[in-house]
Design a protein around this ligand. Sequence first.
Ligand code: A3P
Length: 343
Amino acid sequence: MAAAACNPVAPSGPVPFKDVDDGSVPEHTPKEEFGDLVAALPSRQQSILELRLYQGFWLPEHWVPGTIVFQRRFTPRPDDVILASYPKCGTTWLKALAFATAARTAYPPGGARHPLRRLNPHDCVPFIDEIFASGEEAKLEALPSPRLMNTHLPYALLPAPVTATATGCRVAYVCRDPKDMVVSLWHFLRRAKPDLLFADTFESVCDGTVVVGPVWDHVLSYWRASVAAPDRALFLRYEDMLRDPGGNVRRLAEFMGRPFSAAEEAAGDVAAVVELCSFDEMKGLEVNRPGSGTAGRYRPMPRDAFFRKGVAGDWANHMTPEMAARLDGIFREKLQGTGLIFS
Ligand code: A3P
């Protein structure tokens, strides 16, 4: 008590997860605990993944036990920020931007020793679903506030205390033109299965049986949450972020309760965050180059796989106009009347 009074400066987050992860792994994982429940779910093989239909979404089988535990045992803190996304829609970028923004007092974004210059964004911001799947949630508990974490789960599958007004926390979601998402997903999956046909990935997105699909339900779940409570759910678009990165960093900062002050604006801190997290900067870092190692626990992927082209409109190099029109048509129909429009 006396020590706390003498030293009122508590450790403040977010801190790079990898710096505080002691590498310990528990003896028992949720996989053993929920094996029977998972085995009873409808299944489907999709590219490199065995999918299970869980609460209306096709989750990779190895995600389900962790999702159940996350839903049952996660206790949000009021100042937590959860970064959410459908895969390949800008997760890595959002993690970098949010971390650089939220941690800018401890780690000035222009500094040569910034954690994002030595760590991949996925090693700075923990992927909650993976942490729960491996039974390591005590590590999340040990993180200083405010915590920054991410998930690929749809809003509807988030734990009730996260989405409840009285107990919840903020959630920032990034979405992307589904056509570019499909292309990005295919390239990513091909790193594990080089002979994967583009048509297979495309069809799985069209019929909804894709990882964490249907994609339209995923996007809509966050869209509706952001419309209902914009101070609790932020809805970002990858294309907007490319067009106006500074404006979107400011939105993110305000949403996280850490708006840039006039002094920070004058000092160029927004531009410094944008520059630190820019595609060229991140892709060029030693830690993200080919052969530099992997990120992720579910299925570790080479770190360079998270930085491919980083542009909008690459779909035109992979899809016929007919395919593009078909995918646009599916999304137009599914999103009709919701106020959300892709093209
Ligand atoms: P492409 O494959 O179209 O290049 P996720 O992080 O959700 O896995 O999404 C990956 C996509 O985001 C990839 O798209 C990747 O190149 C792009 N990306 C990664 N870092 C980025 C950054 N700093 N700026 C812009 N795009 C980025």
